[in-house]
Design a protein around this ligand. Structure first.
Ligand code: CMC
Length: 425
């Protein structure tokens, strides 16, 4: 049966169509509301607004479900490789053997960055945050690869972006520690190549540890998409104006940077360090979140959509335990994180508000164990999120009847007033 909704405003009834998604989600379609009633809806921070229809990722925040194109995140994390997940998100299906081989070859062939781009790195201050560098470098790719008229050109730019972003990220790390850049080696797989460019040094053989590769594969897969989050919405909004792929994704990188979003993984480690240095008094920090005089939050806790548990955090917590053991790393921050989680989850404030660890709570501990420096953590998130951003950019570009994103507002400023000459002010 087709559903519909009724709105009564100033005594006048308006029928509103209702859209139901493939998982039964219900959306009251208000796209013609202003024309029909003269009114708009008000939803600051968009907690109740569906900005689009999308066939990429499904989340049920109450049940802790996350699926990419119908596949459960736990299955993908256990069985898939990151490039397979990129293919799944961008092209809509898992690659066949032939497609997988072709995709891998294309990713390998485009991993070099233009030699002129290397000069850009010389211009960044040594203290530059790698997220700023990554955003700038991705936007700069549009200057080297401006062609994006045909589907083939767009597809080539997608491959270029996926492949070069990891090279740019590794170069920005090498720049920050003053080591020479390591060029990609095409016989290595996607993530092996990234690890190699990050940690190898010239004229010394470098073997990628399997435990590091497989942990990174899992991390990247778990971050690969998360439907209409802040950075993905940014990518879609920028793309809706017709901006090219590189410009739109660069905006996504900037949006991800904030500590309430992807920057939380860096903020978690910084917070755990503070707690450790302060004698591991967990209750003090849990209490601080409740204090009216403080705006302190437990970083890595809470989520707009998950109200039960974040399935990504569950997988990562278990993975952190195993990976640290395999690598022989004894990180006191893991113990602190686990104890803090225990104390917070038993606290009435956190129970009432359904606050649980999110994906960023344990990811930093894994990155640390791999030797990745703290200010590169959000770059790691960005590399993982790339296929999701690309898939959404493409989806909104190809959507029939797509229009530029342009919300309205309820104006609350001064009403019309006459000009005041300077001498009378
Ligand atoms: N610590 C303490 N209190 C919290 C926290 C937290 N981490 N998160 C939310 N709350 C409280 C918040 O103060 C509010 O309390 P009250 O109802 O008394 O005003 C209540 O819980 C609801 O929170 P909210 O701020 O309305 O929730 P939101 O949906 O607007 O924000 C969030 C979601 C993730 C930004 C927020 O939980 C937060 O700031 N968490 C810490 C930062 C973080 O870990 N971010 C990573 C998110 S997961 C990765 C990603 O997708 O970006």
């Amino acid at each position: 049966m087709t559903k519909s909704a009724k709105l009564v405003l100033d005594g006048k009834e308006t029928d509103l169509p209702v859209t139901v998604g493939s998982e039964g989600e219900v959306g009251v379609d208000i796209s013609k509301l202003r024309g029909q009633t003269g009114a708009i809806t008000l939803d600051p921070s968009f907690a109740n607004t569906g900005a689009c229809e999308s066939a990429i990722t499904f989340i049920d925040g109450e049940k802790g479900i996350l699926r990419y194109r119908g596949y459960d995140i736990a299955d993908l994390a256990e069985h898939a490789s990151f490039p397979e997940v990129c293919h799944l998100l961008i092209y809509g299906h898992l690659p066949s053997q032939a497609e997988r081989a072709e995709f891998r070859t294309r990713l390998a062939l485009h991993s070099l960055v233009h030699e002129d781009m290397k000069k850009f790195f010389e211009g960044f201050a040594p203290v530059a945050h790698p997220m700023g560098i990554l955003s700038a470098m991705i936007a700069s790719l549009s200057a080297f690869y401006p062609e994006d008229d045909t589907l083939e050109e767009i597809d080539l730019n997608i491959i270029r972006l996926l492949s070069k972003a990891k090279t740019l990220a590794a170069f920005s790390y090498k720049k920050s520690i003053g080591q020479p850049f390591m060029y990609p080696e095409n016989d290595r797989t996607y993530l092996e190549n990234f690890i190699y460019m990050m940690f190898a040094v010239p004229s010394e053989p470098y073997e990628v540890k399997e435990v590091v590769r497989s942990a990174l594969e899992k991390l990247m897969i778990l971050h690969a998409d998360h439907e209409q989050n802040c950075s993905t919405t940014t990518v879609r909004v920028v793309g809706s104006g017709g901006a090219n792929l590189f410009a739109s994704i660069s905006a996504g990188v900037s949006a991800l940077w904030g500590p309430l979003h992807g920057g939380a993984n860096q903020a978690v480690i910084e917070m755990l360090e503070v707690i450790r240095k302060d004698g591991s008094n967990f209750q003090k920090y849990v209490d601080l979140t409740k204090s009216k005089d403080s705006d302190f939050k437990l970083m890595g806790f809470g989520h707009r959509v998950y109200k039960n548990f974040d399935p990504r955090a569950r997988i990562l917590k278990q993975s952190a335990d195993e990976v640290l053991e395999d690598l022989g790393v004894d990180d006191p921050l893991l113990e602190i994180a686990m104890r803090l989680e225990e104390v917070a989850l038993a606290d009435e404030y956190f129970i009432e508000r359904n606050l649980y660890p999110n994906v960023d709570f344990y990811s930093g501990i894994l990155y640390r164990a791999m030797g990745i420096p703290t200010d590169m953590f959000t770059v790691m998130f960005a590399l993982g999120r790339l296929p999701g951003w690309i898939a959404h950019w493409l989806e909104q570009r190809n959507a029939p009847g797509g229009r530029i994103n342009r919300p309205r507002q309820i104006y609350t400023g001064e009403t019309s007033r006459p000009w005041e000459p300077l001498e009378e002010r």
